[in-house]
Structures are given as structure tokens and as C-alpha cells.
Write a protein that binds this ligand. Structure first.
Ligand code: PAF
Length: 284
């Protein structure tokens, strides 16, 4: 596995591979790799791409500096995991390389407007601008044929897709299904912060999503069912049923498919999850 940190070597390596006719699959990460990331590496390998993974904790997508400081750093084990799971080139760019002016704001920011303002964007102003800006930079330097993102961060996926459409990036997106523990909890680097009891209570999120997936209903029917299934044991931030591309909340006369999005605080840990729902259209 090639290990690079310098932007020009990274760009040159990718240019050379493309010149040889090889396709590049990009897996952007912030490290603290778990099975969810591994599923992205595997998908990229299966598609026959050369796998380039980036490991960069992007400060511009953190609203709260305490969150940034607390972000887990597991460089050594991340490198081992990347190599073991087929990454051909792991890029660990420095902050100075990626954002030479940081902490001063950049003059140019990629913003996807309203798509980034709702749900996860509500309590974290600027978060999705930070994500869209860094992913655009990763695309520019890597020149990938395909980019691999997990459906766990469903809004992030919608945001980066919109960004690529609007800026005419020639990148195919591969959305990989959420990886779950045997009991249904969606894998997240935050799960490590859950105590035994909090982890048990956190299961209400995935169970609520199963509940709505198994009962086709109108949008408002799904919302009621979600709210009932989530209950009061966790502090729900949002639970909604949206169009999977625009993330616009669905109405009862909308056609499917829909996506249920949920977020909750469980013992001070913010968890998100999502899943498909089948919509039954209410005739007017
Ligand atoms: O999902 C993440 O780890 C990050 O938001 C990403 C896509 C690597 C951008 O920093």
C-alpha cells in the first residue's frame, strides 16, 4: 500500500494510474475506521477500482471545537485496516496541505444551500459546507471514476451528490448500505462512547426504522409510527420521512420511495440512523 501525505505526490500518483488506464475508486474518511469503512473498501475493490482512501479530520466541518478535539485518532490501526482490506493508496494529508489558511475562512466555499441546512445541518451551521468543500477538493486532486459513501450519513450522501451534479464532477457515486451490529445498531465511531445501558436504549432507533419499513403507510402514518416506536426513553432530535434525493419532507399525496431519518441523543451521545419506507399514497 502506498502511503502519501503530500498533495502533489497524491495528485501525481493518481494522474499516473489514470494515464495507465486504471480506474480510481475514492473512499474519503476521517479515520477511526470500523466495519462500515471496510465495507466501502470492499465495494471499491469488487468494482475493480484502484482504491484510494483519504484520512483527513476536516476541521471545517466541525461546528463545535470540543467535538473536533475529541475526535478519535487511531492512525496506526487505521493503516493496518486499510492495507488489510485492499486500499492501494492511503492519503493522510496535513492540515497545512489541505487548508493552508486555516483557521482563517477560505474565500471560496462550496455550499449546497437548503439541502445542508435541515436535519444534521440545523444545529451545526456550516457543517455541510465544510463537507462539500473538502469532498470537492478530494475529487479535484484524486480524479476518481467512482466515490464510495455509506448510507449511514444519508444527508451527507445527498449533499455530496448534489455538489457533484452542480459542479459537473464526472464521478459515479456508490452508496453502500449501513453496516449494523447483530442487534441492529448502526455502526458508528460514536458507539464506543455508549455505556451498556445507553447502548441498549440506543437500539430503539434501528427498531423504529424496522417498524416503519415493515408497515407501508402514508407519510404522516409513518411519522406517527416512528414517534410511537422511538418513545420517550431517548431524546429525539428529529424523526421524519423525506424524499431520498431532495430530503424534502413528504406529504400524504406524494409517491414513494421515501426515506425515514432519525436522530437522538442517548446519554449525551448523538446517534443517527435511516432506512427505506414504502409509501401508500393518500388519494385526495
Ligand atoms: O464521513 C466522513 O468521514 C466525512 O464527512 C468525509 C466524507 C470524509 C468528509 O470529511
Amino acid at each position: 500500500m502506498q502511503l502519501l501525505e503530500d498533495v502533489e505526490s497524491w495528485r501525481a500518483w493518481c494522474d499516473e494510474q489514470r494515464a495507465r488506464g486504471r480506474t480510481i475508486g475514492l473512499v474519503p474518511t476521517m479515520g477511526a475506521l470500523h466495519e462500515g469503512h471496510v465495507s466501502l473498501f470492499r465495494a471499491a475493490k469488487r468494482n475493480g477500482d484502484l482504491v484510494v482512501a483519504t484520512l483527513f479530520v476536516n476541521p471545517r466541518q466541525f461546528h463545535d471545537q470540543r467535538d473536533l478535539a475529541a475526535y478519535p485518532c487511531t492512525r496506526g490501526t487505521d493503516r493496518v485496516a486499510a492495507e488489510r482490506h485492499g486500499v492501494d493508496c492511503l492519503v493522510e494529508p496535513t492540515l497545512a496541505q489541505m487548508w493552508p489558511d486555516y483557521p482563517a475562512p477560505t474565500a471560496t466555499t462550496v455550499s449546497v444551500g437548503a439541502l445542508g441546512d435541515s436535519f444534521e445541518g440545523l444545529g451545526r451551521p456550516g457543517h455541510f459546507n465544510g463537507v462539500a468543500s473538502i469532498v470537492a477538493k478530494l475529487f479535484v486532486v484524486t480524479g476518481p471514476c467512482r466515490a464510495y459513501f455509506g448510507e449511514k450519513d444519508f444527508q451527507q450522501l445527498a449533499v455530496v451528490r448534489q455538489m457533484a451534479r452542480d459542479l459537473s464532477f464526472r464521478v459515479d457515486f456508490v452508496a453502500c448500505p449501513i453496516v449494523r451490529d447483530a442487534d441492529g445498531l448502526a455502526l458508528s465511531s460514536r458507539n464506543a462512547q455508549l455505556s451498556g445501558d445507553a447502548r441498549r436504549r440506543a437500539l430503539v432507533l434501528s427498531r423504529a426504522l424496522v417498524e416503519v419499513r415493515e408497515h407501508p403507510d402514508t407519510a404522516s402514518g409513518h411519522r406517527r409510527r416512528l414517534a410511537a416506536a422511538l418513545g420517550t426513553d431517548v431524546d429525539v432530535a428529529y424523526a421524519d420521512v423525506v424524499n431520498p434525493i431532495s430530503l424534502r419532507p413528504l406529504h400524504d399525496d406524494d409517491e414513494g420511495p421515501g426515506r425515514a431519518l432519525v436522530a437522538a441523543m442517548v446519554d449525551g451521545v448523538r446517534l443517527i440512523d435511516n432506512g427505506t419506507v414504502e409509501l401508500v399514497k393518500e388519494e385526495r
